[in-house]
Design a binder for this molecule. Sequence first.
Ligand SMILES: Cc1ncc(COP(=O)(O)O)c(C=O)c1O
Length: 394
Amino acid sequence: MAMKQDTLITTLGRDPDKNHGIVNPPVYHASTITAPTLEAFREKRTRRGELDVFTYGRQGTPTHQALEVATAGLLGGDRSVCLGSGLAAIDAAMLAFLESGDHVLMVDSVYGPARRFCDSFLARFGVETTYYDPLIGSGIKDLIQNNTKIVYTESPGSLTFEIQDIDAIASEAHKRNCVVIIDDTWSSGVFFKPFDHGVDVSVIAATKYIVGHSDVMMGIITTKNDFWQRIRQSASDIGANAGPDDVYLALRGLRTIGIRMRQHDQNGHKLAEWLQGRQEVERVLHPGLSTNPSYEIWKRDFSGACGLFGVVLKSYPEKAIAAMLDGLELYGMGASWGGYESLILLTNPAQIRTVTKTQWANCGPTLRIHAGLEDIDDLIDDLEKGFQRLNSTN
Ligand SMILES: Cc1ncc(COP(=O)(O)O)c(C=O)c1O
C-alpha cells in the first residue's frame, strides 16, 4: 500500500509478528554471531551487506536494520547505515569516494568540523578542497575540475541558513561524474527529499532530530543501490558503528519525528516572525520568512522548516548580550539542536563571515536559536524579558 509520510514514520522497520507481537523491535547486543555449519558460515560471509545477513556486531544487528530500513524509507533512498556520530557519517561518506590527488567542492557554509576534516585530515592525504558560495547554483560548473570527485552540500548551513539550489548543482555535478553528498540534518528527511533533487548520498546527524531527546550521538548515511556497496564498505572500514541501545533510542525518536518537526516548525516560524519585528534585531536568518534571500528556493523544495535559525542583532556590547542570555529560563546555552528543548547560542561574528561568502551587511552579534517544543507564549515571554535586560545593560 502506498503510504503517506506519517504512516511510513510509524510503520517502517517494524515487524511485531516476528517478535511475539511486541510493537518495538528488541535490542540485540552482539559482537559474535555464530553459524550452525561451515556452509552456513561461508554463505553468510559471501552475502555480507545484504538484508537479513548478520555476521559480526560491527556490521550491525536486526536492531540496526530496523532503524536503517525506516530511515531509508523516510528519505526515499534504498539503503541506510548508522554510525556512532554525525561526523563519523560525514567522514565515511566522503572517504567512500576519495583517493589521493582528488578534489572536493565543499559548500562554504558547511558544519565546522566537516570543514576541519577537509582542511586537516583530507589535506594530509593529498585531497584538495575548494569552498564555494552556498548560493552558487549552476555556477558550480565553473569550479568543477577534472579531478573533482565530490560536490558536498549542506542545505541550509546551520549558522547562516542559505538554502542551496540542489537540483541545479546536482545537474552540473553529474555532467562531470561527481558524486553529490548532502548534509540533510536541518530537514532530517522530513521536509526535503534529497533523492528527488539529484542527491546521491545523504548524511544526517541523527543526534539532532531523529533521536530528538538530546541523549544519543548518531549519524546515518542513506543512498541509492548504485552507491550502496561503497558506502557500506567505507562505514565498515571506519569501524565507528553505533551501539544497539543508542540505535533503539534513535528508532524510538524516529517514530515521533513527524509530529515533533511540525511543532518545531510552528514555534520556529512564530519566534522568527516575532523577532523580525523587534527593534533590537538587524535581521532574522530563517529561510521560511518571505524576506529571506533563500525563501523562493525553500518554498519550491521544502515542505517545512525545523526549529533552528539565526538572529543578527544590532550592535550591542558583549556585557549586554551576556545579561540577556544569562537570565533566560527556557533557552539552554548548548552547542547542539534537534532535541525537544529550546537552545540559544552566541555565534562568533568572525565565524559567520568565514563560513559564508554571502555578503551580509551590518553583521552584528549573531544568535542561533533552536525553538523547542515548549509553549510559544512562554518562549516569547522569556526572550522579551531578555531584551529588557539587553536594553537596560546597554
Ligand atoms: C549540520 C550538522 N551536521 C553534522 C553534525 C555532526 O553531528 P554529530 O555531533 O552527531 O557528530 C552536526 C552537529 O552539530 C551538525 O550541526
